[in-house]
Design a protein around this ligand. Structure first.
Ligand code: PHE
Length: 332
């Protein structure tokens, strides 16, 4: 019996040393120390032995078991350290690496999208306008034909700023207030786009972020029709996404446009994605900005800029854009 156990210990030591990874070691552990192991079998036979023999064999079983446990623990820590070193190497991020011969980085994919859209519309004769991110309720809502207490204000989960009268100052919920600022400042004809950051108290998920980007478009001229709006959006879709993508308009509601529509694009795989809203500028909005609706008409649209970036690059989670993991961003 003694001899058997010594041979067993030698074999066990070899099996432990051979285990190439933690999974293999777990299997060896079960085989050597589990219920059906040699050690368990010998121990179950102790009861049938003479007292003297039982004492000797019992002690030896205990010694061998303790030794096997020690070998396994030792091997486990070696393998775990190795596995960890592999993970650390794979996730290594050396931000001090600097080599003039190599790429120094590039613009964030959202910035690239922003600039690409500006180029495209500038090419179609539009100017680029900007407005403040902290707005007053008049520009964000009132001038856009949302009277105080109008239920459509609830379309937006507005973040208010503690400044002035309660609810008089807010983080803009859309880029539409920039339309108002442009109409206040410029004489028509107006052909302008207004990219920018907007804010809503939304919970982050794959398609929503509390801070995101929109790009607004505004055209004010004489005799502008809904056909001009549809044609502009179709021209934009083809220019931005390429052939194979088309767009559709679905009736919708916004207080500042009449009629209003939702704008979707169709991917080559046949699926539709909502990109934003649009419509003919409401006469009340023109009047708020001192323009005569009998003389001037126009259209407006507003898209989610981040969603355009997702679509174009086939990214399926909006949050990836804002995690700032350079291994992810480096792909675009
Ligand atoms: N501002 C609207 C929104 O954020 C989108 C929109 C812009 C709709 C312009 C119509 C015209 O939901």
């Amino acid at each position: 019996m003694d001899l058997d156990l010594d041979a067993h210990l030698t074999a066990a030591g070899a099996a432990v040393a051979d285990a190439a990874n933690l999974d293999a070691l777990a299997a060896v552990d079960a085989e050597l120390l589990g219920k059906r192991s040699v050690l368990a079998t010998v121990r179950s036979q102790l009861g049938g032995m003479e007292p003297d023999q039982r004492k000797v064999v019992g002690r030896r079983v205990h010694e061998v078991r303790t030794e096997v446990e020690r070998l396994i623990a030792e091997r486990r820590s070696v393998l775990a350290a190795g596995a960890r070193a592999v993970v650390l190497e794979a996730e290594r991020l050396d931000l001090t690496e600097f080599d003039r011969g190599r790429r120094l980085g590039h613009r964030h994919v959202v910035t690239q999208t922003w600039e690409r859209l500006e180029d495209l519309f500038v090419g179609m004769g539009y100017t680029v306008s900007e407005g403040p991110e902290i707005e007053d309720e008049w520009h964000n809502f009132g001038a856009l034909n949302f009277p105080l207490g109008h239920p459509a204000r609830d379309m937006y989960d507005t973040l208010y700023v503690e400044y002035g009268e309660p609810q008089s100052t807010l983080l803009r919920t859309h880029t539409s207030p920039v339309q108002i600022r442009v109409m206040e400042d410029q004489e028509p004809p107006i052909y302008s786009i207004m990219p920018g950051r907007v804010f809503r108290s939304d919970t982050a998920d794959a398609t929503h972020m509390p801070v995101f980007h929109q790009i607004e478009g505004l055209v004010i001229d004489r005799d502008i029709t809904f056909g001009d709006l549809a044609g502009t959006l179709e021209a934009f879709t083809t220019a931005y996404f390429g052939a194979g993508f088309t767009s559709r308009l679905r009736p919708s509601y916004f207080p500042f446009t009449e009629p209003s529509a939702e704008f979707d694009i169709r991917r080559p795989d046949g699926s539709w994605l909502e990109l934003g809203g649009c419509g003919m500028v409401h006469p009340n909005v023109l009047r708020s900005c001192g323009l005569d609706p009998e003389e001037w008409s126009g259209f407006a649209f507003g898209f989610g800029l981040d969603r355009l970036a997702l679509m174009r690059h086939g990214i399926d989670d909006l949050r990836e854009l804002f995690r700032n993991d350079h291994r992810f961003l480096g792909q675009f």
